[in-house]
Design a protein around this ligand. Structure first.
Ligand code: NDP
Length: 283
């Protein structure tokens, strides 16, 4: 147990008001009797460099990084873990005696959520990503590491999806990777054959957002839909799937698991997974 002065932790992003991380980390620390104060910091993109230098100078023990800083923070850190570098995104920074180390726990959190919490296997499965942003990169990277059968990336911007494919191919993991623009007719075939379809766009955050893919004709009752969005708890994408008998998973369990892995890195304790899931349920 850590005693004496509070360990100061935080999260930087813009916007930041919506973040559940302060509640989760503070609740778990309090339950475990660890003296932590986890604070949200709104940091504009133009201020990122100064903010990181300031957090380091003030001896903040660690902080999470959220939209839009996950990629741009990498060159501002002293060291970056190999997985985070491969994903090109950092969501957790640990200050070890004035040296900043970057990690990414989103991929691990996603895997824990799927494999351990929801018992959805991915080995030898066909996976479709709707979206090609930073989160798509982290999640497709761990899918590749876990021997999925194929990955199809469907995105509004084909150029961005193609860039993601190029980055994934450099990892030399023998998996079939295909990219498609959202309005390509071949999308329906890929979606129909998918075992798991993951929404990694930000579509669904607002009730009046379009669906991440226009049609749902391809739904099959033995498919699983995963939406990284956790607020609202059920996006229209998920509710349409649930109504047609598909297994649906929102982003909350990924959120709790990535937070537990970040807590482990911050405080050098085993990831208190059950405590983070309990905190989530009591929100
Ligand atoms: P990015 O900004 O990197 O990527 C956004 C993606 O959404 C891109 O593929 C973009 O397409 C697509 N998109 C955005 N608007 C539209 C639109 N109007 N029509 C079609 N496509 C659109 O975001 P992130 O990858 O960082 O985040 C994605 C989501 O993941 C967010 O909602 C975030 O909150 C959530 N998230 C959840 C976590 C969890 O723990 N549950 C952890 C991390 C993120 P294009 O390339 O064409 O612009």
């Amino acid at each position: 147990m850590i005693s004496g002065r509070s360990v100061i932790l935080g999260v930087i992003g813009d916007p930041i008001k919506h973040s559940f991380s302060p509640y989760l980390h503070n609740s778990v620390a309090s339950e475990l009797g660890i003296n932590v104060c986890y604070v949200p910091f709104q940091v504009k993109s133009a201020d990122l460099q100064d903010a990181v230098a300031g957090l380091k100078a003030m001896g903040i023990k660690g902080f999470n990084v959220t939209v839009p800083h996950k990629e741009r923070i990498i060159p501002l850190l002293d060291h970056c873990d190999a997985d985070a570098l491969a994903m090109g995104a950092v969501n957790t920074v640990v200050n070890k005696d004035g040296v900043l180390f970057g990690y990414n726990t989103d991929g691990k959190g996603f895997l824990y959520s799927l494999l351990n919490h929801h018992q959805v296997p991915i080995k030898d499965k066909h996976i479709v990503f709707l979206g090609a942003g930073g989160t798509a990169k982290a999640l497709s990277y761990v899918c590749l590491q876990n021997q999925v059968s194929s990955i199809t990336i469907i995105n509004r911007s084909l150029a961005k999806a193609s860039l993601l494919k190029e980055e994934l191919l450099t990892l030399n993991l023998a998996t079939d990777i295909c990219v498609l623009q959202r309005d390509d007719l071949a999308c329906i075939a890929a979606l129909s054959q998918a075992d798991l379809v993951i929404n990694v766009t930000s579509l669904g955050l607002s009730a009046d957002d379009a669906l991440p893919f226009d049609s749902t004709d391809w739904f099959r009752a033995d498919q699983c839909l995963f939406d990284v969005i956790y607020n609202p708890k059920e996006t229209r994408f998920l509710s349409l799937g649930r109504e047609q008998g598909l297994k649906t998973i929102n982003g909350l369990t990924m959120l709790a698991a990535q937070a537990a892995y970040a807590f482990e890195l911050f405080l050098d304790v085993d990831a208190p997974m059950a405590s983070f899931f309990n905190a989530l349920e009591s929100m």
